[in-house]
Ligand binder design. Structure first.
Ligand code: SF4
Length: 457
């Protein structure tokens, strides 16, 4: 049955955008389990009802309502929201009111399809009676994921800070997981511990985020780290280290990447995935960078009206970036006093590396520039292997592969592409085994550098 809104393009303008989050249930996709839960807790701290959508169980629905040309993350998230709404509708019957829900789905500009997910999903939701009244809250990279309009103006800044902290803490907890699990004293204890720890930190966010009491959250995190540290068996020698880059959804979403990190660990590796905060910092950095470029252009043209606007934006994004990087460093430093987890890359350093190697440019947006730069950085830091994770047919993922593969071959650093589309790839296991053989050889020849080598020694 078709709704009156089908093919009504007005809906794309009216039902996607920034909507006030209060008195609604905000549905957060579970791209990254820990980050989604901490973000939902930060939302709840600001009296916003937020819950994390169950994920991957609705994949059949997602595939049924896409043509096959869409990116895999679009199919997954579409399936998640459809399954949730259908289940709620059935469970609540006449009491089901679609207007009570807001579906949280950020977007990105640039040449790839991420900017189209929410439009496409809007059209699909509009084709179901009732679901056309579920609005999509879309934050966009074009204004640096500004939160203006979703919460009272005087709370926007605090809300933004709380969300960023949730992202950083989630990154740290994941790094803790990857640092402990390959060296755990007994099989399975790290997974149990991280699940409990996530809920403890989630409760701390819910209680303290709105008040900006981050020190209390940090204390909770430090207690978690201490507990986790005790799970490491010091008799297990250091293992080869692998860095993961790639498309953000796939590399973070364990169901769709078929739990790649665990698979690599089972083959004898320790793994570090690129972080979520790196992407958030990159968006802020990108806005600052673009405004600097525009400023120079407008200065040449003596366009004083625009110059003023550029200056305002430079100040805004410059101070945002400074705050983000300072807080991130502060959190990592506190945790690093207790355990040697890998720190995050600074986006400015990644751009400098790219410029130095002259392989690609930040002028071309999307994740390609981040992935290529992070690969070069991992190689420089002495990682023993690098994996590029992306959805099948993902343009930035394939561009990264085309540029980097010959470079890694030349430098004799093991490199593996792992595209995913939900199917079981014949030969994937063999590819991973071969890659791990090369990684082990690299480790035996070169060891691990920096902080990691100290641990190995
Ligand atoms: S990054 Fe890749 S998967 Fe994501 S929207 Fe772009 S093309 Fe699709």
């Amino acid at each position: 049955m078709k709704s009156k809104n089908e093919n009504n393009f007005d809906s794309l303008a009216k039902n996607i955008g920034k909507f006030h989050l209060h008195n609604k249930t905000v549905l957060i996709p579970a791209m990254n389990r820990i980050a989604s839960h901490l973000l939902a807790a930060a939302f709840r701290s600001f009296d916003i009802k937020a819950r994390v959508l169950q994920t991957y169980k609705g994949l059949d629905l997602g595939k049924t309502h896409t043509s096959g040309k869409e990116c895999f993350p679009c199919q997954i998230t579409l399936g998640d929201i459809l399954l949730f709404l259908k289940t709620e509708q059935k469970k609540r019957g006449a009491a089901f009111d679609p207007e009570n829900y807001l579906y949280f789905l950020p977007e990105s500009d640039g040449p790839c399809r991420f900017g189209m997910y929410n439009k496409y999903q809007r059209m699909v939701l509009d084709s179901f009676p009732g679901f056309d009244r579920v609005k999509i809250v879309s934050l966009t990279t074009t204004d640096g994921y500004s939160l203006e309009g979703v919460i009272e103006q005087d709370r926007v800044l605090d809300f933004r800070k709380a969300n960023y902290m949730a992202v950083v803490v989630a990154d740290i907890m994941e790094r803790l997981l990857w640092r402990i699990r390959p060296y755990e004293k007994a099989a399975g204890i790290t997974d149990d511990f991280i699940e409990r720890a996530m809920h403890a930190v989630e409760a701390s966010f819910e209680m303290h985020a709105a008040a900006g009491a981050y020190d209390k959250i940090l204390h909770r995190l430090e207690a978690v780290v201490r507990e986790g540290q005790a799970l490491i068996d010091p008799a297990i020698p250091a293992k080869p280290l692998i860095g993961i880059v790639g498309e953000i959804f796939l590399r973070m979403h364990v169901d769709s990447n078929q739990d790649l990190i665990r698979v690599l660990e089972e083959h004898g590796a320790e793994v570090v995935n690129s972080s979520l905060a790196e992407w958030v910092n990159y968006i802020t950095y990108g806005q600052l960078r673009q405004n600097k470029i525009n400023f120079r252009l407008n200065l040449k043209q003596l366009n004083f009206g625009r110059l003023k606007k550029n200056l305002r934006q430079m100040l805004r994004f410059g101070s945002d970036l400074l705050y983000q990087e300072l807080k991130q460093k502060q959190f990592y430093n506190r945790v690093s006093k207790l355990i040697d987890i890998e720190h995050d890359h600074k986006v400015r350093h990644l751009e400098q590396r790219l410029q130095k190697e002259d392989l690609f440019t930040f002028d071309v947006t999307t994740e390609t520039c981040l992935s290529i730069a992070a690969i070069l950085q991992f190689a420089e830091e002495g990682y023993n292997g690098i994996v590029n994770v992306y959805p099948f047919t993902c343009m930035p993922g394939m561009t990264t592969s085309a540029i980097v593969k010959p470079v890694m071959n030349k430098r004799r650093i093991p490199y593996l592409d792992t595209p995913y589309d939900g199917s079981l790839q014949p030969g994937r296991d063999t590819a991973i085994r071969t890659f791990m053989h090369q990684v082990t050889q690299h480790f035996q020849r070169h060891g691990r550098r920096g902080i990691i080598q100290q641990r190995a020694a």
